[in-house]
Design a protein. Sequence first.
Length: 357
Amino acid sequence: MSQPIVSIKSVSKRFGSFVAVDDVDLEIAEGEFFAMLGPSGCGKTTLLRMIAGFETPTEGQVMIGGVDMSHTPPNRRPVNMVFQSYAVFPHMSVEKNVAYGLKMDRVPAAEIGPRVKEALALVQLSQFAERKPDQLSGGQRQRVALARALVKKPRVLLLDEPLSALDAKLRDAMRLELVKLQKSIGVSFIMVTHDQDEALAVADRIAVLHQGRLRQVAKPEALYQRPADAFVADFIGKANFFPALKVTRAGAGARVETKELPPLDFPAAPDGNLTLAVRPEKIGLGPEAEGEVRIEAKLGDVAFQGDSSLVELLLPSGRALLAATHGKSAAWVGAQKEGATIPLGWRVEDMLALKAD
């Protein structure tokens, strides 16, 4: 990773007895698109607000550009923020909205016009400069908020759930626009979201937080393929879990016994309590199912999802598994009746031996 533009050093934030952020260490690179992901109340927004200067750490340091800014007010930090609600001024035109921050900073008038035009061009809103916000779509209002933040030329742009107010199709389109914009200008983006698909689609790296603590920081593919623990595996994508009943250690590896599977050997397994996990797309269905793990289940609901289907499979224990199918496998499942006995199979190497919470 290149020289960090933002360094979070042993940062904690308490509100009375409640610990919102608990001893977090994090580095974000210059020019990186970084996402902070987690469920509601995990501390991600509080962490973002401490980078912005709207909250002060109870402990630790917030470094921006190598300078400790833990107690520096927001208007003296080289950052700007795009809020979830966009917070555009309804009585001002798009152009005046974008120029507002520059006027407050007393930027010379001769400089304001060119910078506003440049910012509007970046977000493809040049032709809407004279319109009021109520004459724009949700996606266009979001781009006004982006332009208003970028016109001040921050070194870091902070985005608090920037796409949550948009409908699903527009949200997908705006994800692509955000990535293209970030790559074109080279400014570090730090985005907070609870939407895993959004984070996986846009970010160079993702930090997963839970109950104020940092659980894992990694590239999207690594988070999905090699989650640090059961919480991350469950939060990033879908997974089927098999809690360990007995673990026999052998060096770095372990033999793991569960309620519903035969004993399985893993060459590497973390210390502590374990749970096994397998992703839905790793499970093979039908007569052609392959792998060392072979079991049977009753067919439950089948949810058609276009190029694939999500299949519910009921084990003798009564719990349900999810499998993702496509192609011949989906066609075979589609020809079966609900309640039919379905053979399942997958490879041990496709399973994850994870530390359980």
